[in-house]
Every structure is written in C-alpha cells, then in structure tokens.
Design a protein around this ligand. Structure first.
Ligand code: NAD
Length: 515
C-alpha cells in the first residue's frame, strides 16, 4: 500500500513520557519505583517510543497476590453490601476527579482520541454509580412452598477472588465493569491488565487503594499484577479463584477455557467479535452512514464491537459505498491528542501487518479496495497510522470470517432479508450487530429468534458504544460471558436455595412418606 503524509506528529516520545508520568503521580503512583529487574517496556503507539519501564512479576508472586486477596475476601464478605457500596461510591468520585489524568494515560498507552479516552473513563464512573445502587438490590426470590408451614427462598452470597484479565484496547473500563460489581457483591479482585497497557491500570488501582484507605476497608481488595501469560497461570489454575473474567482474543479463550473448566471454575469470557450491520432499502442513509463510520473507523477499528462487515441491500449498495468512502476520505488521521483527529494510531507493527495481510487476502479473494488502507507517515518509523479501509466483496470469503483488529470494513450485498441474516450469522463470532431500517417488520425479524445471533442487537445505531446499564457480551466464539449491567452481577455471586420449616410437622416434598 502507498504511504501518505498529511501531517508530522510534533509530539515527541519524551513529551508523552512526561505526560504519562505526571498523570501517574497525580493519581498516586510512585513512578520512581516502577523500574525493576524483570522489565516490561511500555510503548506508546503514537511514536512507537518507550514511555515507562516496569517490573514484571512471575507466577510465585501472582500466587501470593491470590492468597492475600483470599484473606481479604474472608473479611470483606461480612461487610454489609450497602457499606461495600460506599467504597465504590468513593472510587467513582476519585475517578471523576482524575478523569483527565486517566484519559491522558489511555491516550498515551492506547492512542485513543481524547473524546474516546474520556468516554472510557466516563464508563468507569457510570458503572460505579450503577454498582452503588446495586449494593442495595442484590435480591433473591421467595417462592411458594408446596408444604404447609414452609418457606422457600434464595439468597446470594459473595463468591471469592475474581481474576480480571483485560485487553489492551479497553485498558481500564473492563476492570471497572468487573471490579465495581465484584466489590459490592463482596468479592475481591486480582487484576492482570494487558502487559502492553499497565499504566492506567496502576493509576486506577491507586485510586481504589486511596478510597479503601479513607474508608478503612480491608487491604488487598484489589491487586494489580503486571505479568505476561506465563506469570498469569495461577489466575487460571488456582482453586482459590472461583471466577475468571477474561477479555481478549478468541485465542485467549481457547487457551484458558478448558483449564478453568477442568477445575470446575467459572469463567466470564469476553472475546473477539466480527460485527456486522445490515442496511435495508428503507434505511435512513444519512443516519446509517454516520453510524457506520463511527462504528467502523472509531478507535482505529480497535474495539471488540467495531463494525467489520456491512451487508447492504443491492438497491442501495452503490450509494452506501460512495457515501461511506467519501466520509472515510474526510477523516483526520494522526495525533490523537490533536483537536479534529478522529483516527489515531494502530497498536504497533503487528496490528499494521495484520491489516495489510487482510487487505491483500481480500483482494486475492476478488474484493475491491474502494478507499483507505494506506499507511499515513507521521515521521516516526515505529508508529503505524492507517486510513480506514473499505473493501467491497463479491461473496463470503475466509478473511471476512475472521476478526482483523484494525479499521477494515468489508461490504457484502444481499437481495432478500433472509439471505442478509444468513450472511450476518455465518461467522464464528457473535458479539454485536445492527440493522438500519425504517421498516418495523424488518427490525422485529432481526431482533427475533430467527434474526441476529449476537449478544448485542441494535436497531438504527452502530455496533459499538454500548451503555453500562445492559449486560455486555456475545455468543459463539465470543465466549458467552456477560458483564456490566442488568443481572450480570449474578455471575459474581453464588446462589443458595433455602427451605425453612416453621411448622411442627415434617412433611416431605412430592408427598414422599418415610415411615
Ligand atoms: P489478547 O488475547 O492478546 O490479550 C488479552 C489479555 O489476555 C492480555 O492481558 C494478555 O496478557 C492475556 N493473555 C493472553 N494469553 C493468556 C493466557 N494464556 N493466560 C492468561 N492470560 C493471557 O488480546 P489483545 O490483543 O490485548 O486485545 C484485543 C482482543 O480482545 C480482540 O480480539 C478484541 O476483540 C478482544 N476484546 C474483546 C472484548 C469483549 O468484551 N468481547 C473487549 C475488548 C477486547
């Protein structure tokens, strides 16, 4: 692909390093203690340069962190849930106070544009609000007993240590979704952030630690472990970890799910997506194009919910392709801290290579590259910026079935809605989906059991940008997990069914007699 030079990135790695360390210090992280023997270099995708060097820990230290978290759980589970909620309330206040510092760290580490980085922190604040309310609503049911003088009910109890494993592209919000809920449920957390983006993790954890100190909560309610997949092994295998909530690639899920199942642990798996939108003849195309461009090009195509496939009715395909391509040409690609930039960098050389390989494969399969795909030169050899790519495909192809974690949008054409739904569901993943239509019948079919097979099914909005109030997650190789709102909290607790006999008799269920 050719390279274009719209602008040189004036920001240096040294400036970004200072910005990150200032934000860390303000959030209470002592940056003088960061370097260590077994080192992890944290690089910024903006320039490709190193902005911090951290000590990495091994499996022994992770095991010790689990043991401490277990001890903390033994105390925390007895604290009344509404009192636990007060800790999360204070965390939310501190996150609000430090919103810009945390967003700065996300900007430096991940390369999100300012508005999206702030949005990620807002999501953390929102889930804290939600969890505070939840702390008074961890309710069980009572059911009528078939026996006189008996009461049947269920109670929900804390589970234990929750391992949170998070991906680079949501380096803080995923932790908050899990941790705000886990803490009010009475659990404790050991968090393994992506080793590529540990700085905002350290800052977020420092804020929680400050809240815990202020409220005299037990120590070790939440511990960050900066380590790689090898170091993380105890999080997957330890019997002291009843729940593993893991966010990442389908490969991650395939590696850890059998190990967790082998010890009868629980898993919340939030894995890769290959999300699609159907555009029907009745769609409001002004609205659809705006929704498509944000969902496909936003976050440089590096969201799990990024729109990767567009399934367009043949009568509007030309117009949709022309309008999306025109919008793509107008997107400002470059420095994510610069006002007006809508597409920041890809996360390093491997991500860029994956995008180029996918485009080559798509063209070899008969696809046509309509717009984008070229690298944008910002004056740093180790920084990878690309223009979002739009590719029309003559038919389903292997490359369309995979998640390529970058801004590549494939366009497929359909004639009948049933065919569109078959194309839509004909991939291994099942995270997020959308239909753009003004025909209520089409919308309802897409939402029905015969429609989209995803965990998130939208009408007239794109595939990305979920709110915390709903349960978030997907089906098939996306892993089946649900976290955040609705009744996702139940996964963080154990249910006990209780039968209480307040009579003077001992009738047996089902009329059984034993005398
Ligand atoms: P990744 O799978 O490379 O890594 C994710 C995390 O898992 C990291 O912390 C990594 O160190 C850890 N990890 C990897 N192998 C492990 C193992 N064997 N044992 C323990 N830990 C292990 O993913 P990534 O490149 O950081 O993130 C991008 C991927 O994450 C994409 O596929 C994206 O769709 C997915 N994602 C999914 C969601 C969702 O909610 N469904 C959200 C964000 C990202």
């Amino acid at each position: 692909m050719t390279t274009t030079t719209p602008a040189t990135l004036t920001r240096s790695t040294e400036q970004l390093r200072r910005r990150a360390h200032d934000a860390l210090r303000t959030c209470g992280v002592d940056t003088t203690t960061l370097p260590g023997a077994d080192r992890i270099d944290v690089r910024t995708p903006l320039t490709g340069g190193t902005v911090a060097t951290l000590a990495a820990i091994g499996p022994g230290e992770v095991e010790a962190a689990i043991e401490q978290a277990h001890q903390a759980f033994l105390a925390w589970r007895s604290v009344p849930a509404p009192v636990r909620g007060q800790l999360v309330k204070r965390l939310g206040e501190l996150l609000s106070e430090h919103k810009e510092h945390l967003a700065d760290l996300i900007g430096v580490e991940v390369g999100k544009i300012a508005s999206e980085a702030l949005g990620e922190v807002q999501e953390m604040i929102d889930i804290c609000d939600y969890a505070v309310g939840l702390s008074r609503q961890l309710e069980g049911r009572t059911m009528p007993s078939e026996r006189p003088g008996h009461r049947l009910m269920e109670t929900w109890h804390p589970l234990g240590v929750v391992a949170v494993i998070s991906a680079f592209n949501f380096p803080a919000a995923v932790w908050a979704w899990n941790t705000a809920v886990a803490l009010v449920c009475g659990d404790t957390v050991v968090w393994k952030p992506s080793e590529k983006t540990p700085l905002v993790a350290l800052a977020s954890a420092a804020l929680l630690q400050r809240a815990a100190r202020e409220l005299h909560a037990p120590e070790h309610l939440n511990t960050v472990v900066v380590t790689d997949a090898t170091g993380a092994a105890p999080l997957i295998d330890s019997p002291l970890v009843p729940l593993v909530s893991a966010t990442g690639s389908e490969r991650l899920g395939a590696q850890i799910a059998p190990r967790i199942a082998a010890r009868f642990g629980r898993a919340i798996l939030e894995l890769g997506g290959n999300n699609a939108a159907v555009v029907t003849p009745s769609a409001d195309l002004d609205l659809a194009v705006r929704g498509i461009v944000f969902a496909a090009a936003g976050t440089a195509g590096q969201r799990c919910t990024t729109l990767r496939r567009l399934i367009v009715h043949e009568s509007v395909t030309d117009e949709v392709v022309t309008r999306v391509a025109a919008a793509y040409r107008g997107l400002q690609v470059g420095d994510p801290f610069e006002a007006g930039t809508l597409v920041g960098p890809l996360f390093g050389a491997a991500a860029h290579q994956a995008v180029q390989d996918a485009l080559t494969e798509a063209v070899a399969a008969g696809g046509t590259l309509v717009a984008g795909g070229e690298r944008v030169d910002v004056g740093h050899d180790d920084a990878y910026y690309v223009r979002p790519a739009l590719v029309t495909m003559p038919a389903q192809a292997d490359v369309v079935q995979r998640e390529t974690f970058g801004p590549v949008l494939y366009v497929l054409t359909y004639r009948e809605l049933d065919d569109a739904i078959a194309l839509h569901n004909g991939v291994p993943q099942g995270l997020s989906s959308a239909i753009f239509t003004q025909d209520q019948r089409e919308a309802e079919v897409f939402l029905s059991a015969e429609g989209s097979d995803c965990g998130i099914v939208n009408v007239n909005i794109g595939t990305s940008g979920a709110e915390i109030g709903g349960a978030f997650g997907g089906e098939k190789t996306t892993g089946g997990g649900r976290e955040s709102g609705s009744d996702a909290w139940r996964a963080y607790m154990r249910r006990a069914t209780n039968t209480v006999n307040y009579s003077r008799e001992l009738p047996l269920a089902q009329g059984v007699s034993f005398a």
